[in-house]
Design a protein. Structure first.
Length: 317
């Protein structure tokens, strides 16, 4: 019988930070007309002595003139700039989900207008000594409800059910000989996650106002890869209802070397987030504000085509 683990222990850090608080500079004027509830900040302060360039956008979830949404493709990918043009030039576009390069397939959940339009991949066939076994994982997402409340949770998604099912504590992973996950196999039933908008990635970086990286439970990056420095994209929210979207430039020695997952989590905690998660990074990391790039993408070709983005639209335009 299949049984899903619940209540697995997260990698939690409560010790003092090992780098000083980063100082941020407001750069609203560099990005054209912005609503009064949206601001852009940047920093070039080093992270643990390494060169760094990062930007974040803070937006008030309670502002009814802002629409938080997503867009995704089917069996193809667009650059963030192409998504920007396709969506009538919104205020903000940022990359989101992980994907399969060979098939362009989205590997994570996306919710648009209250409907699941993409699903988490929960089962992966194993190789070597584990041939004939499957790894089952539950990746994390950030969502915004109709009441404009944000939440970070670990999801079970299935095309046969209307809503994603959410675990508020990391469920962990398991292996068995079955090629699929079924809801009846859960020891503790997850709740309906009735979000208007959501985008998934992983791992979770912050939970309950603490650094809590669920990399191992989500089976995201193997070995010591949690400490590798790369370009990063992440999202979180504050206790007073502000959404924060953070991007870190990287893979540019001597200019911007990127951040580890733990460093990324600490940056978000310093910005006041209570919950946050990592999204696809590396060459995919790209944040546009009014169509203008913030960080410089690390791919030599420029912006990498991706299958899904998170969008903020301003009704004031």
């Amino acid at each position: 019988m299949k049984k899903i683990l619940t209540g697995a222990v997260l990698y939690i850090i409560t010790a003092p930070f090992c780098f000083g608080q980063v100082k941020w500079t407001n750069v609203d004027t560099a990005f054209g007309a912005l609503p009064s509830t949206v601001h852009v900040f940047t920093t070039t302060d080093p992270i643990e002595g390494k060169p760094n360039i990062a930007y974040y956008v803070i937006a008030d979830l309670k502002d009814r003139q802002l629409n938080f949404t997503t867009d995704t493709t089917y069996q193809r990918r667009f650059t963030p700039q192409q998504f920007y043009n396709k969506n009538q030039q919104p205020l903000l576009v940022v990359n989101g989900t992980f994907f399969d390069f060979a098939t362009n397939r989205n590997l994570n959940a996306v919710i648009k207008d209250g409907k699941l339009v993409s699903y988490n991949v929960h089962s992966t066939a194993l190789k070597g000594k584990d041939t004939l076994l499957f790894m089952h994982t539950f990746r994390s997402a950030i969502g915004i409800s109709k009441k404009r409340k944000a939440d970070v949770a670990w999801l079970y998604t299935d095309s046969s059910v209307r809503y994603a099912k959410a675990f508020q504590q990391v469920p962990g992973f398991y292996k068995d000989s079955f090629a699929s996950v079924e809801k009846k196999d859960f020891i503790k039933q997850p709740a309906d996650w009735k979000m208007q908008t959501a985008i998934a990635g992983g791992p979770v970086l912050l939970q309950n106002g603490k650094v809590a990286v669920s990399n191992n439970q989500e089976r995201m990056f193997t070995g010591k890869a949690i400490d590798d420095k790369h370009p990063r994209t992440a999202m979180g929210y504050t206790a007073d209802g502000k959404l924060i979207i953070l991007v870190v430039q990287g893979r540019m020695p001597g200019l911007a070397e990127g951040a580890s997952l733990t460093q990324l989590a600490k940056l978000l905690l310093e910005l006041g987030c209570v919950e946050a998660l990592n999204l696809d990074g590396g060459g995919s990391s790209c944040l546009l504000v009014n169509g203008k790039e913030t960080i410089k993408p690390s791919d030599k070709e420029g912006q990498r085509p991706v299958p899904a983005v998170f969008i903020i639209e301003s009704k004031r335009k």
